[in-house]
Write a protein that binds this ligand. Structure first.
Ligand code: HEM
Length: 258
């Protein structure tokens, strides 16, 4: 075994193929940064699956440890946007047309992350062709409980009175705020510092995703202004609507009542 064969470097390094004539200098950066993001998305999914298993196995301490790793990766992912912001609008426009309809909007791994976090929608699955890897992966995650479900089930096993309607909820639906869960979380924060700590890591995760969304839309605004996206959306105006949307709304709602 060598470094190159273990990491499959020949295959990896053959995957960056600019489409622009020349090719335009900045297209290499654009391809590499997106590929790096997809690798981080893969690692995030790997770690999120682990957090779910650890919660299901009543190992909150180890779940927290894994959450910390996820948060550290998210910080790097946000920081990486700085690199893309060194590309000026004109440098991007020099090869943008070659992207045709390609857009991060079609990243199935990003949607998978949203699904694991409870941001679910049928529409996101239907955008991928029947029989594709992406559609199969999304359909599977759509049927599976979200991280919030694993957390509520853990709380219930810790003798918190989580209503049955929440434990047996339709996991294909998006996570919605609930006054009953909020009352219970207030109790956690007041009486159970260990579990409150776990809640705080979930808030970090939520904030980390929102931070990525915010930085991404700012980068989009400074690069393409008010133009529509290659993926067919209104561009920055569409992305703005997703910024600030809480993943774990109950954990935010209780802050004014603690
Ligand atoms: C110059 C750089 C970039 C520009 C101009 C840009 C532009 C856009 C636009 C306009 C959208 C809205 C959908 C559409 O295309 O109509 C979008 C969505 C998205 N982009 Fe980017 N993007 C850039 C870089 C990146 C990078 C590096 C990533 C990392 C993977 C990324 C990931 C995403 C994702 C995941 C979405 C879907 C967001 C959602 O639906 O909530 N983008 N992008």
């Amino acid at each position: 075994m060598t470094y190159g064969s273990y990491l499959k470097l020949d295959e990896l390094l053959a995957l960056q193929q600019p489409r622009s004539a020349g090719p335009e200098h900045d297209e290499m950066l654009f391809i590499i940064i997106h590929q790096v993001y997809e690798l981080w998305f893969k690692e995030l999914l790997h770690e999120l699956d682990r957090v779910m298993r650890l919660l299901e196995g009543d190992e909150p301490h180890r779940a927290q440890h894994t959450l910390k790793r996820i948060l550290t990766i998210l910080k790097v992912m946000v920081a990486q946007l700085d690199i893309l912001e060194t590309m000026t609008p004109l440098e991007f426009l020099s090869f943008r047309a070659r992207l045709d309809a390609a857009s991060g909007f079609q990243s199935d791994q990003f949607r998978q992350i949203e699904f694991v976090l409870g941001v679910k929608s049928d529409g996101a699955i239907r955008r991928f062709p029947d029989g594709s890897r992406a559609r199969a992966a999304l359909a599977r995650r759509h049927r599976e409980p979200a991280l919030w479900d694993a957390f509520l089930r853990y709380l219930s096993r810790e003798a918190y009175d989580v209503p049955r309607s929440h434990l047996a909820r339709d996991v294909t639906a998006a996570v919605e705020p609930s006054p009953e869960i909020q009352r219970l979380l207030i109790e956690v924060y007041r009486r159970d510092p260990k579990t409150a700590e776990l809640c705080e890591r979930l808030v970090d995760l939520d904030e980390g995703i929102q931070e990525w969304r915010y930085r991404h839309v700012k980068m989009v605004e400074r690069t393409i202004g008010g133009r529509g996206g290659t993926g067919g959306s209104a561009g920055a105006a569409y992305l703005q609507e997703t910024v600030g949307r809480a993943i774990f709304p109950d954990l935010w709602a209780i802050r004014s009542q603690l």
